[in-house]
Design a protein around this ligand. Structure first.
Ligand code: TRP
Length: 415
């Protein structure tokens, strides 16, 4: 296992976080995997999204791209969870919104090239294990620990639900621990904002294995977060420069946005407010236009964009993004010009994604079928883990041989 882990690191396929050498047990509790019984089980990858809206380029940069690379490597059994139960924790009065967006998220998965023949799309609410496991786990987590969870704290602040916090929302980290462990996930590709969730899951797994592990054998797999390849991709700023791209802030570029919407949003983007005239020196570090260029540009895409947009009036064409940035820094590059280049790059990146999405949009029955099949497969996998959890705790009265044998069945007593 150690060899496999270090090989993955060399390939930069995954970038596990967590204590060095903390390899999760390839325990019997994990799902047998779709790879058959030869060669042991593949590493399991699980991640999820709340179906509260269509996915945007922030999701793409922060997680979807990584998922696609991992899937294409063929090295993992992968599950993508559409977390409708979790979405309901702060949308209880708005179930229609969740219902409508399940398909939207599935379409976005398909749009970025996640192939449902090689992974499973799973609808959370249809998996019984995900309701039962949190009940057991919740006894291993203190209220104080829940209240300390930075992700939950930030959400409470953002949504202003301090005084009316639903119990379901406060405890969703426990439910998320169930999502991850029910699949025996080794890796969880997420954005940085989710790191506290993985940490909390790891604590639950450690407690569970310590208390219920039989003879030192771990029941649950200890998961590790997988972050994007570079820090610039951890969290994409909104088009307005806000640290987070979020539907409620109206600063998103969606994967399904058409060419006109993309252009309008890019031309409207926040830049360096001190860069008033073209000749003023400009800042590129905290300038969303350049942050996006950095994230989305390859050398090839940059050259193509320059060829398409043409050089800035009265200037030689920039040979690279580095050159453009240097020029902007010392003054002489207009915001509009930089935006036109970014628009060309984004159009190039998003066109194939949008077109693939549109093809599936015209065949929603097929998408529903993918969801149904993936969910059925997931139900079988998670039931295996659930069984081992019940066995470990000893709440398997009617299937436990020892338990059954200690009660000798007599003829019915006389009444
Ligand atoms: N909390 C995640 C989000 O808000 C969604 C999610 C639910 C998830 N279950 C998960 C992510 C399990 C990773 C693993 O985006």
């Amino acid at each position: 296992m150690q060899n496999e882990r270090s090989r993955q690191n060399e390939n930069e396929t995954v970038k596990p976080i967590g204590p060095a050498g903390s390899t999760g047990p390839a325990g019997p509790a994990g799902p047998a995997g779709t790879s058959g019984s030869t060669g042991g089980r593949k590493k399991v990858v699980l991640t999820g999204d709340r179906p509260t809206g269509a996915l945007h380029v922030g999701h793409y940069v922060g997680s979807l791209k990584k998922r696609k690379n991992m899937l294409d490597s063929g090295e993992y059994d992968m599950f993508f969870l559409i977390a409708d139960i979790q979405a309901l924790t702060d949308n209880a009065e708005n179930p229609e919104r969740i219902r409508e967006n399940i398909l939207e998220v599935a379409l976005d998965y398909l749009a970025v090239g996640l192939d449902p023949d090689r992974c499973a799309f799973v609808v959370q609410s249809q998996i019984p294990a995900l309701f039962e496991l949190p009940m057991y786990y919740s006894n291993l987590v203190t209220m104080a620990r829940l209240e300390r969870n930075p992700t939950v704290k930030a959400e409470i602040r953002q949504k202003n639900i301090d005084k009316s916090l639903p119990v379901g929302f406060a405890t969703y980290p426990i439910s998320q621990a169930a999502d991850i462990t029910a699949f025996g996930a080794d890796y969880v590709p997420v954005g940085v904002d989710q790191l506290p969730m993985i940490e909390q899951t790891r604590e639950i797994v450690s407690s569970f294995n310590r208390i219920y592990g039989r003879g030192g054998r771990d029941v649950l797999v200890l998961p590790e977060a997988v972050l994007p390849d570079s820090e610039s991709q951890y969290r994409l700023v909104g088009t307005d420069g806000n640290a987070k791209m979020s539907k409620s802030l109206g600063n998103c570029i969606y994967l399904k946005d058409g060419p006109d919407a993309i252009r309008a949003k890019v031309m409207d983007m926040f830049t360096d407010p001190a860069h008033l005239r073209i000749d003023d020196p400009g800042d590129v570090e905290s300038n969303p236009v350049f942050i996006y260029l950095d994230v989305f540009c390859t050398d090839e895409l940059f050259a193509k964009a320059v060829a398409q947009v043409g050089p800035q009036r009265g200037a030689a064409p920039h040979a690279s993004l580095g050159e453009l940035k240097a020029h902007y820094r010392r003054g002489g590059v207009g915001d509009v010009y930089a935006k036109k280049l970014l628009n060309a790059v984004l159009q190039d990146v998003l066109a194939p994604i949008r077109e693939r999405r549109q093809r599936y949009e015209a065949n929603k029955g097929l998408v529903m079928e993918y969801l149904k099949n993936g969910t059925e497969h997931a139900r079988a996998c998670t039931n295996r883990v659930l069984d081992s959890v019940r066995r470990a705790i000893g709440v398997n009265y009617f299937t436990d041989e020892f338990f059954a044998q200690s009660y000798v069945r007599q003829d019915s007593p006389e009444r």
